[in-house]
Write a protein that binds this ligand. Structure first.
Ligand SMILES: Cc1cc2nc3c(=O)[nH]c(=O)nc-3n(C[C@H](O)[C@H](O)[C@H](O)COP(=O)(O)O)c2cc1C
Length: 193
């Protein structure tokens, strides 16, 4: 069982965060979730999930832990908490900027900073379009220190027919990096194996 920190921020694509946590729990892993105030707003706007609804959504899961974004005393604020990896999904450009510059204004930034200093896998799923030179520079700097950048974009070779199938392609690529087996999309030339 892996212990994964999940940051959900105020970029469009709340469905990415919701489905990622659901699949993680279903696969038997722990999800240590932090939702920024922006993330709460977009969850409500795009999915009708009001503040607090996230916990209710997964009420039967003992592997879900939720910390407040302003709680710097939370367990995951310390490198001594034995976490396996962190994923920020979806990741806003504001959060990309904060992480790239070591600014810790909330627990997501702090946990990401800890992941970097502890040299643990950190995966960001940024969503913005078009990208400005500032966004690109911040993403490049993060990539150069080993942070995985997995844009919230789908491939088309698996011929997605639904929004969920497009979203699940991105989530599947994140699972690949976490080395978690999945069947979220059909791989290129999968039948040839
Ligand atoms: C409906 C909605 C959609 C948004 N989409 C994006 C987006 O795709 N990318 C982005 O960087 N910011 C987006 N924003 C703006 C962020 O929510 C805002 O910059 C916020 O301060 C991000 O803070 P956070 O990273 O702490 O959540 C969106 C805001 C709203 C209300």
């Amino acid at each position: 069982m892996k212990k994964i920190i999940v940051g959900i921020t105020g970029a469009s694509g709340a469905m990415l965060g919701e489905r990622f946590v659901r699949f993680l729990l279903n696969a038997g892993h722990q999800a240590h979730v932090v939702i920024s105030p922006g993330g709460e707003a977009v969850l409500e706007e795009e999915m009708g999930m009001r503040r607090g609804a996230f916990r209710a959504h997964y009420k039967n899961s003992k592997r879900l832990f939720i910390a407040r974004a302003d709680d710097f005393a939370a367990r995951i604020s310390s490198g001594s908490a034995p976490m396996d990896a962190m994923v920020v999904i979806p990741c806003s450009m504001s959060t990309v900027g904060a992480i790239a510059h070591g600014v810790t204004m909330n627990l997501i930034h702090r946990a990401a900073s800890v992941s970097i200093k502890e040299k643990r896998p950190l995966i960001l799923v940024p969503r913005e379009s078009p990208l400005s030179p500032i966004h690109l520079k911040n993403l490049l700097e993060l990539s150069q220190i080993g942070v995985h950048i997995v844009p919230a974009t789908t491939a088309f070779y698996h011929k997605p027919k639904t929004v969920e199938a497009m979203v699940d392609f991105t989530i599947g690529r994140v699972f690949d990096l976490l080395k978690i087996e999945h069947r979220l999309f059909k791989r290129w030339r999968q039948d040839a194996e």
